[in-house]
Design a protein around this ligand. Structure first.
Ligand code: ATP
Ligand code: MG
Length: 587
């Protein structure tokens, strides 16, 4: 491909609203252009990267025995009503009406569509196991689209759905997908860590997310010292290190409680209260009021811990939990900043976190502005784990303490169970000719987000440093010529390269060499070949490897030089492989 026939809308300046490297660089390198909030046009150079990632995904999915489909993006609301998700998906789901006023959605995911489709196709146990997938645009009306294509509203996803006869079969399919995912990400040059993920209130028996460690990651991972525990913070159970929390819980009525009301002016925050009373947060009971699908619930936990809303949601089997507003707190018979379990509207259920498993006396809110009680003893029969695990907590696997790492989620594998086969009453005939309900798994990879994660991981101050496997072109040929004759000589060499199958982008533009070099570095082609004065005078071809900026001079006749270029390309793939092996985490 010649640059003179291509479009290279590169930019020197950083776009204003792009705060992270991948967002900045994909715009500056002319890969993507913004179209609207969370919407991006993909330009030719960017599309080549996306296609390469898609092809890696496709090859490994096919190698794992999965079958590629393509389903409509627009999905009828009836499907979503059948699964119950029409009501539970929330505002992320784009809902639209057609000319007949029928409701449809732009698919945020395709469990319903695939289950419905496969119900009509799969007849017998002989058809199973089967894993079906597509590589497809998805739509989600994200509340806060940001970071370019890391969180956009339209994005490309590979979504796969497996159908097995039983749990044992699902286990095998799940492990096959897990291995395929490791290969896919390794081939894109990404370091990924699989971590345990939340499976939600709907159940499901297991789930892992593939995370790329990155300071700009929106997810917090907790990883233990010896690596035995790797989990998403949302999912991680809290293990308490301090012996105090493991004191025997105060038995109901075993202790006479003497509450003492104290005046605590302007102590609506834990920090203010700690300071005013000179009592540490570990002795303060924090009470919070939430609305779980509109119904008020109270949560009590030790004030030095934070609530994990995902755990609360799962415990309540709720679709949505939101903190109550000041008005809703007043309606519950309390006041914001001073909520407490004593004297709160009795119809409100209280959930007790495990951190209050102790016989100690607590400071609690008095449900009255500027007042707290001292001497509260929690007489609780049941506590649940509702707190957010943090770095420094003991590992749930018992191997030392947990460390916090930020990560970008690029993929997700999930044992779905029977949720959708049940909802769609899908059965196949078993060996005895009896109807049998298959069990499902689902497996997603964000293709566009993967591209952004690669840039995030592989860039320097000059631009992107593409791993050779996903580079828009493997080689950029920069020609510095002064005559038509010289152009002709470069043209011959370019043709010789493309004839043997090398993927070359020839920057033949009539521009200063410096401009061409700057663009080549910004776009990040892995191999740069320069043909200029040294070539025309002595036959020397200069090469620079983008990663590490290593310079080489190739000598010899054109066959010998071509041979050396082929070898450099091979070495870059080999280097990617060896980096992959080094990065391989224990599974
Ligand atoms: P997140 O927690 O980041 O919103 P999710 O849990 O909603 O992700 P899944 O439903 O598991 O994501 O979707 C599968 C994959 O699709 C994710 O692992 C991610 O790579 C990608 N993805 C999800 N939402 C977006 C988005 N808004 N923009 C780009 N990629 C996305
Ligand atoms: Mg999401």
């Amino acid at each position: 491909m010649k640059a003179s026939k291509y479009l290279l809308p590169t930019a020197r300046e950083n776009p204003q609203d792009a705060v992270i490297a991948s967002h900045r660089l994909m715009l500056r390198a002319g890969l993507f252009r913004k179209s609207g909030s969370g919407l991006y046009h993909i330009l030719p150079m960017g599309l080549r990267v996306i296609r390469k990632i898609e092809n890696i995904v496709r090859e490994e999915m096919n190698n794992a025995g999965a079958l590629e489909f393509s389903l409509p993006i627009l999905t009828p609301s009836e499907l979503w009503k059948q699964s119950g998700r029409w009501d539970t998906m929330g505002k992320e789901m784009f809902r639209i009406q057609d000319r007949h006023e029928a409701w449809l959605t732009l698919g945020p995911t395709h469990e319903e569509s695939f289950t419905d489709l496969m119900k009509g196709i799969l007849k017998s146990y002989r058809d199973l196991p089967v894993n079906v997938y597509q590589i497809h645009p998805k739509f989600r009306d994200e509340i806060r689209p940001r970071f370019g294509v890391i969180r956009s509203r339209e994005f490309s996803m590979k979504d796969a759905y497996s159908f097995d006869m039983d749990q044992e079969g699902l286990e095998i399919t799940y492990q096959t997908m897990r291995q395929a995912y490791r290969k896919i990400f390794a081939r894109t040059g990404l370091v990924t860590i699989p971590v345990e993920a939340d499976t939600g209130a709907m159940g499901g028996t297991g789930s892992e997310e593939f995370m790329v460690p990155s300071d700009i990651g929106e997810e917090t991972l907790l990883i233990s010292e010896k690596g035995k525990y790797r989990g998403n913070q949302e999912k991680t159970p809290v293990v308490y290190s301090d012996a105090v929390t493991r004191e025997a819980p105060a038995k109901a009525n075993s202790t006479k409680m003497k509450l003492k009301k104290v005046h605590t002016p302007n102590c609506a925050t834990i920090a203010d209260l700690e300071h005013f009373l000179k009592i540490p947060a570990q002795h303060i009971l924090k009470t919070m009021l939430y609305l779980a699908d509109g119904r008020p619930v109270a949560v009590c936990l030790r004030a030095d811990r934070n609530l994990n809303e995902v755990k609360l949601k799962n415990n309540l089997h709720a679709t949505e939990v939101t903190p109550a507003s000041a008005e809703e707190i007043l309606a519950a018979g309390s006041v914001a900043g001073y909520i407490g379990p004593e004297g709160l509207d009795e119809s409100i259920p209280i959930f007790w976190d495990e951190s209050i498993n102790t016989g100690r006396e607590w400071v609690i809110g008095a449900n009255e502005k500027d007042h707290h009680y001292l001497g509260y003893i929690a007489q609780v029969h049941k506590t649940v784990d509702l707190a957010l695990a943090v770095g420094g907590d003991p590992s749930p696997a018992g191997d030392g303490i947990l460390q916090e790492v930020k990560g970008i989620e690029v993929g997700h594998i999930f044992k779905l169970g029977y949720k959708y086969t049940k909802a769609f009453e899908m059965t196949v005939l078993d060996e005895n000719g009896k109807p049998h309900m298959p069990i499902m798994g689902c497996y997603g990879i964000g293709v566009t987000r993967t591209m952004a994660a690669v840039i995030e991981q592989e860039h320097d101050t000059e631009g992107i440093v593409w791993p050779i496997s996903v580079a828009p072109f493997e080689i950029v040929l920069v020609s510095i010529t002064k005559s038509e004759e010289e152009d002709g000589r470069v043209g011959e060499f370019y043709k010789a390269m493309t004839d043997i199958g090398l993927e070359v982008f020839w920057d033949d533009r009539d521009l200063r060499p410096g401009v061409k070099f700057t663009d080549a570095e910004l776009i990040g082609f892995p191999i740069r070949i320069t043909m200029g004065k040294k070539y025309f005078e002595a036959g020397d071809v200069e090469v620079q490897i983008r990663r590490g900026k290593k310079n080489l001079v190739l000598k010899g006749n054109s066959f010998e030089i071509l041979d050396q270029i082929v070898n450099i390309r091979k070495e870059l793939f080999a280097d990617l492989n060896s980096r992959m092996e080094q990065n391989e985490q224990p599974s």
